[in-house]
Design a protein around this ligand. Structure first.
Ligand code: NDP
Ligand code: 2IT
Length: 447
C-alpha cells in the first residue's frame, strides 16, 4: 500500500503543483484507506480516489473595492466546490492574507470527510479571499463583502452551495454577505449559515465548534473512565472556536490556562474563568484588540511570538487557531509534559509527524475532521430550521449537538476497531467518512 500511496501522490502533486497543504491532507487520508480498498475493490475500479481528490468545480474571481481613503484595492476570491455526493456543497469562507488555492483545496477536502461524519446530508466546499479584515474599518469590510458576494452569489444557493464563517469571517461578515445576497438575488433564503439569530440564524451556532470539540474530548476520556473535570487545558487561538472551547471547559469543571493569537500567547495559571472569558470576548469580538492586552489587564504571563504548547502541568490540549500550529517538536513536548488528550478545534493543526507521535504514544487524539464537526453540524441544523421556517430552543440545539458529537465519536471508535486499529481516531474518521461518500458516488454513476 505504501508504494501505491507514493505512486498516487506523484499524480496528485503533478496535477496540483506547489499546493503543499492539499498534498498533506490527501496523503493523511490515503494512509488510512489501505484496508478499505482491499475490502472493496469496486471503489478502485470506479476510480473513487482519483475523483475524490478532484474538485467538482473551482471558482476564482477578482474582488475590487474602494478603501476609506478612496484608493482602489484588489483581492482574489475563491470557492472550491469539492464534492456533492451526499448533499449540497457546504463549508466556510476564510478571509486571511495566507488564503490561496492550495490552502482552500485542503480545507475543502477535509470538509468533505468532516461533513460525511456529521450524519447530515451536506457535501463539502470551502472558499474565501486573501483579504485581511484586521485593521479595516467596518465600512471597508462591508464594501469588501458586498463586492465579494456580487460575484459569488451566482454560484451559491440554499440547495446548491451554502457558505458559512471560518477564520476572519464571523457574525459581522456573514451579515454583510447575506445583505448583499438578498439584495441582488431578490430572495430571503438560508443561503448562508451563521446568520444572526433574529434573522434566520440558529441558537448555539456560534458556540457549536468549541462546545463540540470539548464534547468530543469528553467522549474520548470516557473510554478510560475519566472526564474533563479537574483537568488543566491548553487552548490556542482566541477567536470563535477558542472562546467557546474555554466556555465549555469551564462548564464541565476543567481549567483553561492559555489563549493565543498570531502575535503570542497568554498563560493565566489561575484559569480563564467566566468573567475573564467575557472580558477576552469583548477584547477580540468588539474592540478587535490583541491577546497581549489580556495579560496586561489581568497581570499574567505573555510570551511574544510563541505558541502555548510548552506550558507544563496540563493534561489536555485544544488547538483552535490554524493549520500546522503543532510541530513535531511541540507534539513531543506536549506528551513529555503529561498531555494525553488532544482534541482539534482547528483544521489540521498538527503536522503529520506530530499526529504519528500522538498515536504511538496512545494519546486520546481527536483529529479535526471528527472533533470540530460540531460547527458544520449546527450549520446543517440551521439549514433544516430555515427550510422548515422554524427555530428551535437553545436546549434543543445543544442536545442535538451533543448527540452528534457522541455519535461521531462512536462511529470513529467502532470503525477504527473494525479495521484493525482500535483507539486510532484518525483511521476511524477517514474510513467511516470515505465509506459513506464512496458509496454515494458509486450509486450516482460516473459524475
Ligand atoms: P477566528 O478568526 O475567529 O479566530 C482565529 C484565531 O486563530 C485568532 O486568534 C487568530 O489570531 C488565530 N490565527 C489565525 N491564523 C493564525 C496564524 N497563521 N498563526 C497564529 N494564529 C493564527 O477563526 P475561528 O475561531 O473560526 O477558526 C479557528 C480554527 O478553527 C481554524 O482552523 C478554522 O478553520 C477552524 N474551524 C472553524 C469553525 C467555525 O465554525 N468557525 C468550524 C470548524 C473549524 P489573529 O487574530 O492574530 O489572526
Ligand atoms: O471548518 C469548518 O467546518 C467551518 N468553518 C464551518 C463550516 C460551516 O459550513 O459551518
Amino acid at each position: 500500500m505504501a508504494q501505491n500511496i507514493d505512486k498516487f501522490m506523484v499524480q496528485v502533486k503533478e496535477k496540483n503543483p506547489g499546493e503543499l497543504l492539499f498534498h498533506q491532507a490527501v496523503r493523511e487520508v490515503l494512509e488510512s484507506l489501505g484496508p478499505v480498498l482491499d475490502a472493496y475493490p469496486e471503489y478502485t475500479e470506479a476510480c473513487i480516489l482519483e475523483r475524490i481528490v478532484e474538485p467538482e468545480r473551482v471558482i476564482i474571481f477578482r474582488v475590487p473595492w474602494v478603501d476609506d481613503h478612496g484608493a482602489v484595492q484588489i483581492n482574489r476570491g475563491f470557492r472550491i466546490e469539492m464534492n456533492s455526493a451526499i448533499g449540497p456543497y457546504k463549508g466556510g469562507l476564510r478571509f486571511h492574507p495566507t488564503v490561496n488555492l492550495g490552502l482552500l483545496k485542503f480545507l475543502a477536502f477535509e470538509q468533505v470527510f468532516k461533513n460525511g461524519l456529521t450524519s447530515l446530508p451536506i457535501g463539502g466546499a470551502k472558499g474565501g479571499s486573501d483579504f485581511d479584515p484586521k485593521g479595516k474599518s467596518d465600512l471597508e469590510v462591508m464594501r469588501f463583502c458586498q463586492s465579494f458576494m456580487t460575484e459569488l452569489f451566482r454560484h451559491i444557493g440554499d440547495r446548491t452551495d451554502i457558505p458559512a464563517g471560518d477564520i476572519g469571517v464571523g457574525a459581522r461578515e456573514i451579515g454583510y454577505l447575506f445583505g448583499q445576497y438578498k439584495r441582488i438575488a431578490n430572495e430571503f433564503s438560508g443561503v448562508l449559515t451563521g446568520k444572526g439569530v433574529h434573522w434566520g440564524g440558529s441558537l448555539i451556532r456560534p458556540e457549536s465548534t468549541g462546545y463540540g470539540a470539548v464534547y468530543f474530548a469528553e467522549e474520548m476520556l470516557k473510554t478510560r473512565g475519566e472526564s474533563i473535570r479537574g483537568k488543566t487545558c491548553l487552548v490556542s487561538g482566541s477567536g470563535n472556536v477558542a472562546q467557546y472551547t474555554v466556555e465549555k471547559i469551564n462548564q464541565l469543571g476543567g481549567r483553561a490556562v492559555t489563549l493565543s493569537d498570531g502575535d503570542g500567547f497568554i498563560y493565566d495559571r489561575d484559569g480563564i474563568d467566566p468573567d475573564k472569558l467575557e472580558w477576552a470576548m469583548q477584547l477580540k469580538n468588539v474592540r478587535r484588540g490583541r491577546i497581549r492586552e489580556y495579560a496586561e489587564h489581568f497581570k499574567c504571563e505573555y510570551s511574544q511570538g510563541k505558541r502555548p504548547w510548552a506550558v507544563t502541568g496540563a493534561q489536555c490540549a485544544f488547538p483552535s487557531a490554524t493549520e500546522n500550529e503543532i510541530s513535531f517538536e511541540d507534539a513531543k513536548r506536549l506528551t513529555a509534559n503529561g498531555v494525553y488528550v488532544v482534541s482539534e478545534g482547528a483544521n489540521m493543526p498538527t503536522v503529520p509527524e506530530g499526529v504519528r507521535h500522538f498515536i504511538t504514544k496512545k494519546v486520546l487524539y481527536g483529529p479535526g475532521k471528527a472533533a470540530n464537526g460540531g460547527g458544520v453540524a449546527i450549520s446543517g441544523l440551521e439549514m433544516a430550521q430555515n427550510a422548515a421556517h422554524t427555530s428551535w430552543s437553545r436546549d434543543e440545539v445543544d442536545r442535538q449537538l451533543l448527540n452528534i458529537m457522541v455519535n461521531t465519536h462512536r462511529n470513529c471508535q467502532e470503525t477504527a476497531e473494525k479495521f484493525g486499529t482500535p483507539g486510532n481516531y484518525v483511521n476511524g474518521a477517514n474510513i467511516a467518512a470515505f465509506l459513506k461518500i464512496a458509496r454515494a458516488m458509486l450509486d450516482q454513476g460516473i459524475v
